[in-house]
Every structure is written in structure tokens, then in C-alpha cells.
Design a protein around this ligand. Sequence first.
Ligand code: 5GP
Ligand code: ZN
Length: 132
Amino acid sequence: MNTNPNCLFCKIVAGTVPSEKVYEDEQVLAFRDINPAAPVHILIIPKSHIDGADALCHEHSELAAKLILTATKIAFELQLTEGWRLVTNVLTHGGQTVRHLHIHLLGGAQLGDFGVVKEFRRRPCGNNLGDF
Ligand code: 5GP
Ligand code: ZN
């Protein structure tokens, strides 16, 4: 398992920084965001350090799916029957402040419009996933 001694979320995984855990297994940890943006605001992270969604590659396929499935499981457990939102911020323009991959699970109330400038919605295809 990769760990980065300077990474806040690695410290949460190690238990040296406390967190309010919602779910845990060998690969994944979910805990409540310290500064919630919605009544339900949970962060789902891989225990092994990955910088962000930009650092994902084919070998992470199963883990990436597991992060989303974990979010779904938590959303149902918390009875977010009216819906929820999953967000992962990437690097500076994406607003990533903690450089350890995490998915935000937001819900419990009607969420506001997603903060995307329309002109930038159309993006060319292409990423580091090759033919995936
Ligand atoms: P980002 O801005 O990188 O997408 O999300 C990082 C999130 O981590 C923010 O929503 C922020 O509130 C949360 N956060 C920052 N420090 C801590 C902490 O020490 N504990 C917890 N539980 N959440 C944190
Ligand atoms: Zn980390």
C-alpha cells in the first residue's frame, strides 16, 4: 500500500489524524468532511495513496469502481432517496485542495447548480487511459 507521510488523508487512514468514519474495508475508507457543503458530505478515498483522478491508470480500474460503489452503498444506507451527487476535484482548476484521490458524496438537500462555465463544457476526447 502506498502511503505519503506528508498527506493529510494518509494520516487519516493511519489514524494519526482523527476522522468520523462511515465505512471501512481493506482498500477503502469513507469519513465525514470536516467542513460540510451539504447535510450529508462524505469523502470516499482509497487507503493507498493516489494523487488524484489524473493519476489513475488501468491497474486502478477495480479500485476506481469500488470507490463509486462504496459511495452508492453509503447513499442508500443513509437513505438519500431523493438523490445525491458524486464529485472528484482534480488539480488546481478542479479545486483539489487535498492531493489524495477522494470522491465527495453530497446529499440530504437540493444541491445548487454545478459550477461549470458553459463555454468549457465541450472538451476534446483524450486522457491517459489509452483505449479504455
Ligand atoms: P477537495 O477540495 O480536495 O476536493 O476536498 C478536500 C476536502 O477535504 C474538503 O471538502 C475539506 O473540507 C476536507 N478536509 C480538509 N481537511 C480535513 C480534515 O482534516 N478532516 C476531514 N474529515 N476533512 C477534511
Ligand atoms: Zn495520501
